[in-house]
Design a protein around this ligand. Structure first.
Ligand code: KG4
Ligand code: ZN
Length: 363
């Protein structure tokens, strides 16, 4: 059994996990910083990196304790080193280097986006059915959709770390659009899960919000038009421009039912756009003779109830198996980092102690 300790601090979750053989999660500890960023309704990078510094050591100790192992049993140290907020990334990258050096174990840098597409194959230790390597070979070529606060991208995967970008958002990421929509509707922070919950009791046909599909063959996404349409629906059209713009109404003027209906209408439009592009990607790959064998979803928005249902329906309709992470592995976590690192360790893809933290990849 190979035990990998994973660390992840790319945004506002301080996370550590121990994963056996790439799929079996022995511990998955996530210290969320939501309460620190809530007053600003968004992540403040300086606050995030300071909080990571304070929290990482206890989180690592907890991950070892829950896995019931000590440092000596760790076979390799993995870290999400790209992409993310640079100050935040540096905390886990520095800690992982120190650990790997002092334990004299391999250091493995992992791409956060690639890791989100590994999350669907993780399982808790007691659920030993974990999607083991036997099915790894039947997974590719795959179509991967990463939907998070920072990314909305479609990839063709030929191996766990061999990704070709097919399309991506040209403006907001879908998670970002959810968070902004939640601000417009005056819901709490983080907005995505709250909007999702509210939408479940609303009428999605109440308001016809736009699905931006771009050109006929495009696999790119755009969510800023949807966000603006929701803003104008809630507040009316602004008088004046920029900071001086005054709206006719505020979210306070909405009834509870109107809020629920608008949340459901927003959710329907956002998810439609994602599913339509997935279907389009499958069609295009099919014509090119590279029909995907599986659909893999990952990232915080893969926790969304409607997206999960619609992706499963799409898979049934196209007769392609769909892999969506269990709920704890949708949002940022270190189990996905440790899990994917196992694939790299097996191929001897090991990093030196000069491993950099990289803020942006795939632009
Ligand atoms: O993957 P993640 O934890 O962090 C990034 O890498 O960005 O994704 C966080 C994003 C946030 O925008 C959050 O609002 C969104 O995922 N999110 C959801 C849901 N749960 C989390 N969006 C819609 N529905 C959800 N249930
Ligand atoms: Zn993420």
């Amino acid at each position: 059994m190979t035990l990998i300790l994973g660390l992840e601090t790319s945004c506002d979750e301080t996370a550590a996990a121990v994963v056996a053989d790439g799929v079996s999660v022995l511990s998955n500890v996530v210290a969320s910083q939501h309460e620190l960023h809530e007053p600003y309704r968004g992540v403040v990078p300086e606050i995030a990196s300071r909080a990571h510094l304070e929290r990482l050591n206890p989180v690592v100790r907890e991950a070892l304790h829950e896995a019931d192992i000590d440092f000596a049993q760790v076979d390799a140290v993995a870290v999400g080193n790209r992409p993310g907020l640079i100050g935040s990334l540096l905390v886990a990258v520095s800690a992982a280097k120190a650990l790997a050096w002092s334990l004299d174990k391999p250091l493995i840098g992992v791409d956060h986006v690639e890791a989100h597409l590994h999350a669907a194959f993780l399982a808790e230790r007691r659920d030993s059915s974990g999607q083991r390597s036997e099915i790894r070979d039947q997974r590719f070529p795959a179509l991967g959709l990463v939907v998070s606060g920072g990314h909305t991208s479609l990839y063709e995967l030929t191996a766990p770390t061999q990704l070709t970008l097919l399309g991506r958002t040209i403006d907001d990421a879908v998670g970002e659009a959810y968070d902004k929509a939640a601000v417009i509707l005056d819901l709490g922070y983080p907005g995505g899960p709250m909007l999702d919950e509210l939408a479940q009791t609303g009428d999605a046909s109440a308001c016809d919000l736009p699905r931006s599909l771009l050109e006929k063959d495009s696999l790119d996404f755009s969510f800023s038009g949807l966000k603006t349409a929701l803003l104008y629906t809630v507040r009316g059209h602004p008088q004046g421009k920029g900071d001086k713009a005054a709206f006719e109404r505020t979210a306070d003027d909405l009834t509870d039912k109107q809020k629920r209906d608008l949340a459901a209408s927003f959710q329907a439009a956002a998810v439609d756009a994602l599913v339509i592009k997935m279907r389009r990607a499958v069609e295009q790959l099919d014509i090119a003779g590279r029909r995907p064998k599986t659909l893999i979803i990952g990232g915080g928005v893969s926790a969304n109830s409607l997206l999960r249902r619609r992706c499963r329906e799409l898979g049934d309709e196209l007769d392609i198996p769909v892999h969506i992470p269990a709920m704890p592995y949708c949002v940022d976590n270190a189990a996905m980092i440790a899990g994917l690192a196992h694939e790299k360790l097996q191929r001897n893809e090991i990093d030196d102690l000069d491993l950099p933290a990289i803020a942006t990849t795939r632009v």
